[in-house]
Design a protein around this ligand. Structure first.
Ligand SMILES: Nc1ncnc2c1ncn2[C@@H]1O[C@H](COP(=O)(O)OP(=O)(O)OP(=O)(O)O)[C@@H](O)[C@H]1O
Ligand SMILES: [Mg+2]
Length: 248
């Protein structure tokens, strides 16, 4: 096989492949009761694609998202990211992979350090990565670029999360994620805590960023309208299982 053929094969491969993934939590001391949070799901997400995950509260959506980033360990099953079986990875290897996958949560303030100014939060990823290689001036410039990209004002940079609105904080989270430059994002009800008018703005921003940076996404929501707007395909979950996948 030629090198070129192998190269194209990699590009055609889904970024994420999940096979028979399960997460059981033991829920009772008596009778060895298990709660089957995720009960054997299989799916793939192509590069640049947004897969929507929809279903009733408690059906296992968040657990699937957390499993994909290995924030929780699966009971069994396989997760492949860019051709690598991530379940088999050791801690150090996983740490290297982690910047390539990021999660956006419902409550933006939970992912921001309350004692860090917005500018510091946004610059933290590249302060850690490019320590010494970037001057203060360059860093400031990069932060302002990101702030502008997500539609915040330059003066927000000096504020703390509690001095911004929920929508503004979710923009900060997006700017911070863009600083990390991931390939894959799990967005877990990213607008559920926001006002309806602000929700639409944040969703539009996410669509723009997604196409600009070619991101691949798992988009979790229980709102079918939002889902239809954001996703290429929609997987419907019920009691830990995917019961159907719809082209959108
Ligand atoms: N750490 C845990 N320990 C025990 N049970 C858990 C844990 N995390 C989740 N579960 C259970 O797993 C099931 C799925 O939870 P999950 O948070 O994935 O649902 P969800 O679909 O995201 O719901 P929602 O729409 O309300 O966010 C629930 O029954 C929940 O109680
Ligand atoms: Mg959830």
């Amino acid at each position: 096989q030629t090198g070129k053929g192998a190269f194209f094969e990699v590009l055609l491969m889904p970024l994420i492949e999940v096979r028979d993934l399960k997460k059981y939590y033991s829920s009772g001391l008596i009778n060895k009761q298990y709660s089957r949070a995720v009960d054997g799901v299989s799916f793939h997400i192509n590069r640049g694609e947004t897969l929507g995950l929809v279903g009733e509260s408690g059906c296992g959506k968040t657990t699937v998202g957390r499993l994909l980033l290995r924030l929780v360990e699966p009971t069994s099953g396989r997760i492949t990211f860019d051709g690598t079986d991530i379940i088999g990875l050791k801690k150090g290897e996983m740490r290297k992979l982690r910047p390539r996958m990021q999660m956006i949560f419902q409550d933006p303030e939970s992912s921001l350090n309350p004692r860090m100014r917005i500018g510091e939060s946004i610059s933290e990823p590249f302060r850690l990565k490019l320590r010494g290689e970037m001057s203060r001036g360059e860093m400031k410039e990069r932060v302002l670029e990101l702030v502008d990209m997500v539609g915040l004002n330059p003066e927000h940079v000096n504020r703390f999360p509690h001095q911004l609105s929920g929508g503004q904080n979710q923009r900060v989270v997006l700017a911070r994620i863009l600083a990390i430059k991931p390939e894959f994002i799990v967005a877990d009800e990213p607008t559920a805590s926001l006002d309806v008018s602000v929700q639409a703005q944040i969703l539009r921003l996410m669509m723009d960023l997604k196409s600009e940076f070619g991101l691949t996404m798992l988009f979790i929501s229980h709102d079918m309208d939002v889902m239809r707007h954001m996703s290429d395909r929609i997987a419907v979950m019920e009691k830990g299982k995917i019961i159907s996948t719809i082209d959108n």
